[in-house]
Design a protein. Structure first.
Length: 186
């Protein structure tokens, strides 16, 4: 019998139940934090950083997230130096989300690590899992893009506005469309 908590299973990227009391409490905590963060439009950069450090797993110098910002837990998000996220970004961080230094993320971007079994009967049990997302350094993600579970985006890549990224994107490349495809170099 597996004696691990649902949170331990979640963090390992294995099937877990999101309605476990510990995870419900973690989600309630971050919901309270999001209420404070998203209401603080006139905050100084220092005060905003203090709030980010309180909730997120790692926050490099010069990070800026413009509210409103939404996430599942916060503690699985690691942001490198100078990361900028525009209004209305969503990060479903049931497992690690790492965003490298200097990356810029447009408004309305969704970064989604949460995933579900493909078999409908298995899905109906309420089990889910996560697959980590890694975004390299100096990446630019255009507004409204969606980054799906398990994707890695290499350094200096550009993701076009509205792209749905279903697969890894190599460093120094441009991905556009739905599903996103790598644009050939000119």
């Amino acid at each position: 019998m597996d004696k691990r908590t649902e949170k331990e299973k979640m963090l390992a990227g294995e099937l877990y139940r999101a309605n476990a009391p510990e995870l419900v409490a973690d989600n309630w905590r971050i919901s309270q934090w999001m209420d404070r963060y998203n209401a603080a439009h006139a905050m100084t950069p220092e005060d905003r950083r203090t709030l980010l450090v309180e909730a997120l797993g790692a926050v490099g110098d010069g990070v800026m997230i413009r509210p409103p910002f939404l996430c599942d837990y916060g503690y699985n998000i690691r942001l490198g130096k100078g990361v900028f996220m525009n209004f209305n970004c969503v990060i479903l961080d049931v497992v690690a989300v790492t965003i490298g230094a200097g990356s810029q993320i447009g408004p309305g971007v969704q970064i989604l690590t949460a995933d579900h079994p493909r078999d409908p009967a298995h899905r109906a049990t309420g089990l889910e899992f996560g697959r980590p997302i890694t975004i390299g350094e100096n990446v630019w993600i255009g507004g409204g893009a969606i980054i799906l579970p398990g994707v890695t985006i290499g350094d200096n890549a550009l993701i076009g506005a509205g792209a749905v990224v279903t697969r890894d994107v190599p460093a120094n490349s441009t991905a556009l469309g739905n599903p996103a495809r790598i644009r050939p170099k000119e």
